[in-house]
Write a new protein. Sequence first.
Length: 196
Amino acid sequence: MANLTPLERFWSKVDKRGPEDCWEWTGGRNGQGYGVFYVANEKFYAHRWITAQAIGRPLRGPRDGHPAGTEDACHRCDNPPCCNPNHLYVGTRKRNAADAVERARLWQFKVTCCPQGHPYEGDNLYIKPSGARACRTCRKIKDQEAKARAKAARTHCRHGHPLSDDNLLLCKNGTRKCRTCDKARLEKIHSRPRLL
């Protein structure tokens, strides 16, 4: 193996079949199933490396000073370990994501409920500006919890009186009130003239 060129070493790790079949990577793979190939101790995704060889230059990306995802090696076959050059093309990250949406191959589309079990449908479904789905019920619960935490963390009432020691009034429903403000409110109510 030491005498082989990187290209010869690459093809020794690919199960070549017919020209229209997927040629699967037989070497190491990452968690998503993409082949991992090392050249001069540098790690490459196998499908990206062979696409770069086919076009005669590296794909543009962070390694050469371009923004991440400037160019992707995209699969026409939706098979991550495939390294058949006939199944690969150069596209942008945006185009690759759009292909995934069109072909409904994103794992997110198989998920019909949020992690808490609320359905992603009807009035409960919110589509974020990024295109991601969100659960309105969970968002409402999260907002209520955040408000409760913020309220509990308050050290003064809206008029600047401290919410501590003798000035703190705890209500039956768990809310905290300012005794000074509550006393002023009650005095105002009792000082109004009564209608007969």
